[in-house]
Ligand binder design. Sequence first.
Ligand code: SF4
Length: 367
Amino acid sequence: GMPGLPAPVLAERRKTRQIKVGNVGVGSEYPISVQSMTTTVTADVNATLQQIAELTASGCDIVRVACPSQDDADALPAIAKKSQIPVIADIHFQPKYVFAAIEAGCAGVRVNPGNIKKFDDKIKEIAQAAKDHGTPIRIGVNAGSLDPRVLARHGKATPEALVESALLEAELFAEHDFHDIKISVKHHDPVVMVRAYELLAERCDYPLHLGVTEAGPAFQGTIKSATAFGALLSRGIGDTIRVSLSAPPVEEVKVGIQILESLNLRPRRLEIVSCPSCGRAQVDVYKLADEVTAGLSGMEVPLRVAVMGCVVNGPGEAREADLGVASGNGKGQIFVKGEVIKTVPEHKIVETLIEEAMRIAEDMESG
Ligand code: SF4
């Protein structure tokens, strides 16, 4: 993009209340944060902290840990203390773990109103404890565990049912003057999910946590999440996101960050602009793009690198990129800011691009 100018976005953020999850602000005044959830047994403190460290390194802003047992609840103080990013405890059936998580110093607690009929009587105490500790609550409605009373009224997990369940719960907290809330209404079907969040966005000003639940294995889950989040984020709806994949959580974070970067909702880092290849290509573009991606992964500076299979579109695309290569005749023309700076034999393309990328990164960092 043009230096100095903010990248254009598709819509202004929907105005929301602001909450703080540890040191991460959530709401329309803050950048959209990326969340994931550990897959370790929470009671295994070392394994859980190890996975949180990996998530932190991959750019995760907030992490959630499940808390299905007393052993898990007992592990929360150590995890909350040692994690570098805010930890949210995910509580389903047991109100006592909500109190444990708040007292453990967790940065937030997620409750599922469908699984907490017992919770209704406890809301006053939960609100008080959360207020005392400054702990926000996520009301996390899930199509698969909708409040039976709401389900009975609607027949199934319609968008209206999801929203009704969430707002009923928020209302119970509001009666006790507790508003440090964010809400999610997840569904596995992106169409139902998008409609639910649209309704929710109209009916409240709480910050919203986006998720397509049970989205599936990496490929399908990535597409479902990108499609659904794209529909909402492009209209300014969504303050924090979690991509759910049947894949390691670090993959969820990578996808989440990429979705935000694609919509200019987070500054772009490395971006490879590679051509799809065609009958004109004189080099294995897929292999070259993979090698360049691998060689440049971990670069912290935003860099757009064009990898083109021939010289037809090479110069044009490369002009829009910081750096690029157009291949042909066993050689690669290396471009920097649209100018050919050298021509190298094909086997030197990757190392030359890496060298040039390092040089550009140094220039960017020094001013
Ligand atoms: Fe085909 Fe060349 Fe375009 Fe790549 S850059 S798609 S090889 S015309």
